[in-house]
Design a protein around this ligand. Structure first.
Ligand SMILES: NC(=O)c1ccc[n+]([C@@H]2O[C@H](COP(=O)([O-])OP(=O)(O)OC[C@H]3O[C@@H](n4cnc5c(N)ncnc54)[C@H](OP(=O)(O)O)[C@@H]3O)[C@@H](O)[C@H]2O)c1
Length: 279
């Protein structure tokens, strides 16, 4: 199965019909582009493919970087590719990254991408995009219910909707893994102090949804993974009064856990360092 890099063609103005030299140069350029495109297609045809949400920054960006470095085809999705400077910089150095626009709350975008990639087996799909809504919106007595709806839309409905839309793509692949980047904040046993009512509920809910999907998707050979990345130095956790993991360290651990999941361990709630977490 092949993937095609999207090539942006800039309009070329040929002011004078006699500028044959310019035309020849253009032909050479176009031929080179075609050859390069064909080289890209054949070089990635046998590689595994990962589809990742929320790759503009943080853990999603680092997942993109590390999977690309391993030689995987990466379909890196983000809300606004035009302003995703860090992602564009990584993609400009890696032919095996394709950037696609995807807001995980937008059903039309989800269905559009599922259709566009209907012939592409996806070995690993990673539901990474997430928001925590900030602490101020989640203080009892001042709970912000619009934020509650937003967090649930991004962290719960989005991953479920994407999982449903891309089930055939994952079922058609070799590795067949549906991974969700969840959080230890969704572990009811681990709650020690009151905070993050919405965020914690969203991560407990997505854990339950993915766990419930395990037997259904297992019938098609699909493995479910739930991974807590640790407390990572990204926009989400920066400034937390505890030691933070670097995105590089966390993501390298996450990829090892993804690699280690099997149908036997499907549905387990794991942490980046290999520890199994309680529900
Ligand atoms: N960092 C931590 O300590 C930590 C701990 C536990 C769990 N997690 C989980 O790890 C995942 C990644 O978090 P992070 O630390 O990398 O956070 P981050 O740096 O804040 O990045 C969040 C990413 O999600 C994207 N996103 C937000 N809403 C979206 C939407 N509606 N559609 C598509 N993308 C959307 C953001 O895109 P924009 O740039 O467009 O906003 C951004 O790329 C989340 O699921 C989070 O809950 C993180």
């Amino acid at each position: 199965m092949v993937m095609h890099k999207i090539w942006t063609e800039r309009p070329v103005s040929i002011k004078n019909e006699r500028q044959i030299g310019t035309r020849l140069a253009l032909l050479v350029c176009l031929s080179f582009t075609t050859i390069a495109s064909q080289m890209f297609v054949s070089s990635v045809a046998s590689a595994a493919t990962v589809f990742i949400t929320g790759t503009s920054r943080g853990i999603g960006l680092e997942l993109t970087r590390q999977y690309a470095a391993k030689g995987w085809n990466v379909i890196a999705t983000c809300r606004t590719p035009a302003t995703a400077d860090a992602l564009n910089a990584v993609a400009s150095k890696n032919l095996n990254i394709i950037i696609e626009e995807l807001d995980v709350t937008d059903d039309a975008e989800i269905d559009g991408l599922a259709k566009k990639y209907r012939d592409t087996p996806i070995d690993v799909l990673i539901n990474n995009a997430g928001i925590n809504g900030g602490m101020q919106s989640q203080i009892l007595g001042k709970l912000d219910y619009e934020m509650f709806d937003q967090i649930m839309a991004v962290n719960v409905r989005g991953p479920l909707r994407i999982t449903e839309a891309f089930t055939d793509h994952v079922a058609a692949s070799n590795q067949k893994k549906m991974i969700t980047i969840t959080s230890s904040e969704g572990s009811i046993t681990s709650v020690k102090f009151p905070a993050f009512y919405f965020y914690r509920s969203s991560k407990a809910a997505i854990n339950m949804i993915m766990y419930t999907l395990k037997p259904d998707l297992g019938q098609r050979g699909i493995i479910i993974g739930l991974i807590n990345p640790g407390v990572v130095d990204t926009d989400m956790s920066r400034g937390a009064p505890i030691p933070l993991l670097s995105p590089e360290e966390s993501v390298s651990g996450i990829i090892s856990i993804v690699d280690s999941y099997t149908l036997e361990t499907s549905g387990t709630f794991m942490q980046w360092d290999g520890k199994e977490l309680p529900w």
